[in-house]
Design a protein around this ligand. Sequence first.
Ligand code: 5GP
Ligand code: MN
Length: 338
Amino acid sequence: MNSEDISKIKELLSVPQKIVIIPHKNPDGDAIGSTLGLWHYLKNNGQDATVISPNDAPKFLKWMPGSADILNFEAENSQAKKAITEATLIFTLDFNHLGRVGQMHSFLEEATATFIMIDHHQEPSDYALVTYSDVTMSSTCEMVYNFIAYLDDTSKITPEIANCLYTGIMTDTGSFKFSSTTSKTHKIVAELIDKGAENTRIHNLVYDTNSPSRLHLLGCALKNMVILEEFNTAYITLSQDELDTYKYQKGDTEGFVNYGLTLNGIRFAVIFIENKEEGIIKISFRSEGDFSVNEFARAYFHGGGHNNAAGGKSDLSLKETADYFVNLLPKHLKELTK
Ligand code: 5GP
Ligand code: MN
């Protein structure tokens, strides 16, 4: 943020506001960690603040401090709409355009509040008074730490805030291994541990709470993996029937897509997941190196994200989607094999 933005934020927060903080639909660790981290900070500063999520968060994030206070737009619709209508200030966190909030989209467009965006995705839309956008950042949680630092308030980071921000940095960096992880990221993480982030406990709560059925679903996904060596590509499909067989619960498929990249030489990994209720195939893309999955997802699958991690969707059947995908690969042979 530049000094002008910092002054604007300081001025806005110098008076009581009715604040709503919003993560993207299907929130992940970074979306929930950043919104709750900011929520604790604003509340501790005497602000009236509410986190409203477009839909429910996965179970492996429900332990996070403040999680029980999140309003779910799908389940607590009238309360959530009222809060958006009455808000004077709306923070949107971890997404770059309002289409990423699903059903909430039209309500946000009608809201009279002042908007502030904090996000690390490419091509941010221009709807906020202050747009703190930085695509080089590991995570929105790292940016919320910086946001608090810009306001000269790192001394106000409580163990609750530290636990929330640590979680999002950890999940969005693949436990500190993606190329977006900088020495600055590690310095912030170190500081968060000093301020009370329980790093070992957080790893356990997020990664070591598998149900047997989730591991069986993973087994099914790995069995379904198709390896296309000539394109350095591996993809997985999961049908609704398979999800039902293994008692799929929200969040169960998180991280499955990354297994493709653990194969020697594979640079492009994809998972196609059928969602009969929404009538779509939800897709996650991951890459290693220069191949931009953000551009790929934008060009062919109504999606986007980052260079090495992106998502999208398809209205075709699972089989048709996979066939369509495989037929796109020859066009990208050079990029995938250079
Ligand atoms: P994931 O594959 O973990 O759902 O998402 C990877 C990245 O891509 C995240 O940064 C996420 O925000 C972004 N992303 C996932 N799905 C979509 C989508 O449908 N549209 C856009 N623009 N970004 C997406
Ligand atoms: Mn993020």
